[in-house]
Ligand binder design. Structure first.
Ligand code: NCD
Length: 352
């Protein structure tokens, strides 16, 4: 029997039903996709993140944080390149007292001797309480989370980016950054969001679109060349949530209208023939002249890494929030880990 056969039956169930699998006592226990996050959950993570940032400022506080999850073990299974997600998870884990190990190159592990990925991850699970997985295969972290439950292994799985599919913790840190910016400006609801670049294959944009679609009165503008426009999955979702969406190839028309601009790069690592490497996407780049078209009270985001999508001169513009996203990532992930291990009361008690 191959594990994939039973998983296939499970995959045929509706998403809502599948997601109950990743809950324990009414709380999220594994992080798979951004559709898992309710508005209440988001608010909880925003509040926890604020608390962690505050507590970490003092030596006493930072020391206290390291007692919270000690001596649990965290594993980073990253078989696809990563700088920010890897480092922010490593530092977040250390911040809350997890002991951290990593697997980054499966060619150095027993997979090379013919061990299956299922057995390999079951082994890794024996040394972990939580595994963060970044892989080129869409759905692999969900498959492994499913198997851990079948095997009776008490391990949490976090999707740290699954191919072209989803990047739910990036969506959380993006939402936190947007929340920070709009907190005194009426909140995330009621705003106009522009997504630019490779919206077909970009998992960061996809996860954020799913997340934002829960907020009231928002509008979305999808700016991309035809072949990189959002796929049917997002189209159907946005239709279901009755979100007004405009798809366009004109960045210049959208810039004066939007409150939040989310730039992305062309995801050409997924190309078979490197066709998009030759693709001139300069029409979709943000230049100082184009930024001048944007509202004064707006924000510019990018999950990074960037290439030429955003001119570096724009880094000095107060609307640029992508470096803020990077630093928020560590705190949001620390807050998420504390939530998953149910440490809210301890955190609250320290803050009082
Ligand atoms: C993104 C990713 O890996 O999906 N980066 C990140 O995690 N911050 C975006 C990208 O690679 O373009």
């Amino acid at each position: 029997m191959h594990w994939l056969d039973t998983f296939q039956d499970y995959l045929n169930r509706p998403l809502r039903e599948r997601l109950t699998y990743y809950q324990k006592d009414g709380r999220i226990s594994d992080i798979m996709v951004s559709q898992q996050f309710s508005l209440d959950f988001l608010q909880t993570i925003f509040d926890l993140t604020d608390q962690v940032r505050e507590i970490e400022k003092t030596q006493k506080g930072a020391k206290f944080l390291t007692t919270l999850l000690h001596p649990k073990r965290g594993m980073l299974y990253f078989t696809q390149p990563s700088t920010r997600t890897f480092l922010s998870f490593t530092n977040a884990m250390q911040m809350v007292g997890l002991m951290v190990s990593e697997v980054r190159d499966p060619s150095l592990s027993s997979e090379i001797k013919g061990e299956t990925i299922e057995d390999g991850l079951r082994v890794i699970g024996k040394y972990s309480d939580v595994i963060v997985m970044r892989t080129p295969q869409p759905g692999l972290s969900e498959y492994i989370a499913y198997l851990m439950k079948q095997w009776g292994e008490d391990i949490l799985i976090i999707n740290g980016g699954s191919g072209q599919d989803q990047h739910p913790t990036q969506a959380l840190l993006d939402a936190y950054t947007i929340h920070q910016f709009f907190k005194e400006r009426g909140g995330i609801s009621g705003k106009k969001y522009g997504f630019v670049g490779d919206l077909w294959r970009g998992r960061a944009a996809r996860s954020l679109v799913y997340l934002l679609s829960q907020f009231d009165n928002i509008e979305m503008f999808m700016v991309a060349p035809e072949k990189f426009q959002i796929g049917v999955d997002l189209q159907e979702h946005l239709e279901k949530f009755k979100i007004p969406v405009q798809t366009t190839t004109s960045l210049k028309e959208v810039l004066p209208v939007i409150d939040c601009l989310y730039m992305t790069r062309v995801q050409d690592e997924y190309d078979q023939l490197s066709e998009s490497k030759q693709f001139d996407d300069s029409e979709f780049h943000l230049t100082p002249e184009r930024v001048a078209l944007m509202k004064q009270e707006s924000m510019i985001m990018h999950p990074l890494p960037r290439r030429q999508e955003i001119d570096t001169a724009i880094d000095f513009d107060p609307r640029a929030k992508y470096w803020q996203q990077v630093s928020n990532g560590m705190y949001v992930r620390a807050a998420l880990l504390l939530y998953l291990f149910q440490q809210e009361k301890e955190l609250q008690a320290f803050s009082q």
